[in-house]
Design a protein. Structure first.
Length: 158
């Protein structure tokens, strides 16, 4: 089985909405359903941002028999100037390594350190982030902050 990330386009926003709604209770205190209209407004507000400030990727998993969309990952710059990760995996595809793959893939796409703010109760996300090389950088009452250093890929000689 492989995982592959492709930059999201407008054609993916309904898929992202479905997976986002299915994972919302672990991501935010606001668990209200995101409507198609709200998702469209969100996409309109982010899709023109420069890639250094916003990247959305949809992830596919498959084998020789075919492939399916398993989740999404987003990098977005917050008011503190840092790039933060947001991700969710389709409930039917969790615990197959997709979450960890998404954290790793997003780190490789960034040219700077990236951060994750994770609810202290969200063990799957904490484990996936740690597995992808994130280390704790702080906490608040309800969340833990993780940071992944930017690793420069070394040119190989010869
Ligand atoms: C968090 C999330 C993306 C993880 O995705 P995933 O594909 O299940 O993660 P992985 O399969 O890569 O598993 C990562 C680690 O978490 C562990 N894990 C996964 N689900 C778990 C669960 N329900 N309970 C305990 N551990 C769990 C795995 O065993 C693995 O641990 P290991 O690396 O020590 O072996 C997924 O659970 C999800 O979409 N949750 C809802 C949305 C969300 O919480 N997003 C993150 C917001 S910060």
């Amino acid at each position: 089985m492989f995982f592959r990330g492709l930059i999201a386009t407008a054609a993916d926003i309904e898929t992202i909405r479905r997976i986002r709604n299915a994972g919302r209770m672990n991501m935010t205190g606001d668990v209200s359903e995101i409507s198609p209209e709200r998702q469209q407004r969100w996409w309109a507000s982010v899709s023109e941002l420069p890639p250094k400030d916003f990247v959305a990727v949809v992830y596919w998993s498959g084998d020789d028999a075919g492939s399916m969309c398993v989740g999404y990952g987003i990098l977005s710059r917050r008011g503190d100037g840092r790039l933060y990760v947001s991700l969710a995996v389709d409930p039917t595809m969790r615990r197959t390594g997709a979450g960890r793959f998404i954290y790793e893939d997003l780190a490789m796409r960034a040219n700077e350190p990236i951060y994750a703010e994770i609810l202290k109760t969200n063990e799957p996300s904490i484990r996936a982030a740690i597995g992808a090389g994130f280390t704790q950088s702080g906490d608040s009452e309800t969340t833990v902050f993780y940071r992944r250093q930017h690793k420069v890929r070394k040119e190989r000689r010869g």
